[in-house]
Write a protein that binds this ligand. Sequence first.
Ligand SMILES: Nc1ncnc2c1ncn2[C@@H]1O[C@H](COP(=O)(O)OP(=O)(O)OP(=O)(O)O)[C@@H](O)[C@H]1O
Ligand SMILES: [Mg+2]
Length: 384
Amino acid sequence: MVSRIVLREETLDPAFLPSELPHRDELVRWARERYDKAFAAGIPHHLLITGSVGSGKTTVARRLAADLVAQGRRQPVPVTQVYVNCWRRSADRVVLLDLLREFGVSLPDRGYSISEMLDVFQQGLSKSRSHVLIILDEVTALLRTGTKLLYTLSRSREVGLGNLSLLLIAPQDVLPLMDPGTRSGFGVTHQVRLPPYDRDALRDILLARADLALAPGALSRDTAEQLAEAAAPSGDARLALELLSGAAHHAEERGAQRISAEDVRSAKASIYPSPSDLTLEGLPVHSLLVLLALNRVLASGGSEASTDRIRKTYEAVAEEYGTPARSRVSFWRILKELERYGLVGIRKTGVPGEPAWVGQNEVPVSQLTLVLEERLARKPRQIP
Ligand SMILES: Nc1ncnc2c1ncn2[C@@H]1O[C@H](COP(=O)(O)OP(=O)(O)OP(=O)(O)O)[C@@H](O)[C@H]1O
Ligand SMILES: [Mg+2]
């Protein structure tokens, strides 16, 4: 019987919008209150969200907008949201056409001036009797064109356009790209910078998503930690979820009930190119032996092994290859070197006297073991 691990595939899709966002819920609540207050008073409110790739900018904006729209249904003035990704729409005219389409007005691409289009937009706004929240994602692209539209939208009341608020999204601070008039709407209290997710945050996001997407128990906390560790250098939740999806499908193909450490490595190896033969080529024999020892320990399961256990295995592996094992200090130096090459990860427990833990999330253990054994077979056996 084929095991089923992925029960709700759609919740692993990048377009899926979770109702709860670990480590960003507080921010969504804060922003919602700010917009709410402004909407209740019938005034616009603007916010700029910045942050690195996969830090949750678009998701936070979409969650916030969806919550405001849902809440607006119970208010005298409802809320409508319009989402425009400016990356492929980096011209005032194209953005305006998109906004008009939201009000059911389909104008031809040519033949109307910007101010005529704004007139039609204004009519649409006043007819809709709602407060419109416009999300301009990847707004940097629009700002680089020297947009005039952003100024008009940010001053909607003053220019008599109607009831609208902005939510801008960009990877970096885009204030320097704004003209002073637009910039004044985005003072310090109107900007939020999302930090990259750290390992713990990524683990929480993964566990929450596994609850939605996978069979109960398919993702253990340890494996979630391993996935988080693999994605942590980028701080990118998209990458973490992509790894989760890859590992879950890998486990499913094996007919397993749970995602293993090896499934995670396979997922990572299919996303990233494996460490090139070149990296291994440059490594001294004892580095290869230590790496082989680590992989032999990991082959029995788990995402990490203690340095004590790896060292014992290293001694046995060195003997197998007919060379005396290096000293404890050299062993440690080799591990640090492998870490520098990105071939292993070292985690210290912080407790004095306790061994550190070493993991290898780059390549499936089975695959790397084969490559290492093949390389070592080609090296001369007796190494001074
Ligand atoms: N706090 C979170 N909880 C759950 N899922 C999250 C969270 N943050 C991000 N994600 C998920 O991670 C993925 C990437 O998030 P998102 O698209 O919002 O990042 P971004 O900052 O807009 O990235 P980019 O700069 O590439 O546009 C999405 O699939 C989203 O569902
Ligand atoms: Mg985005």
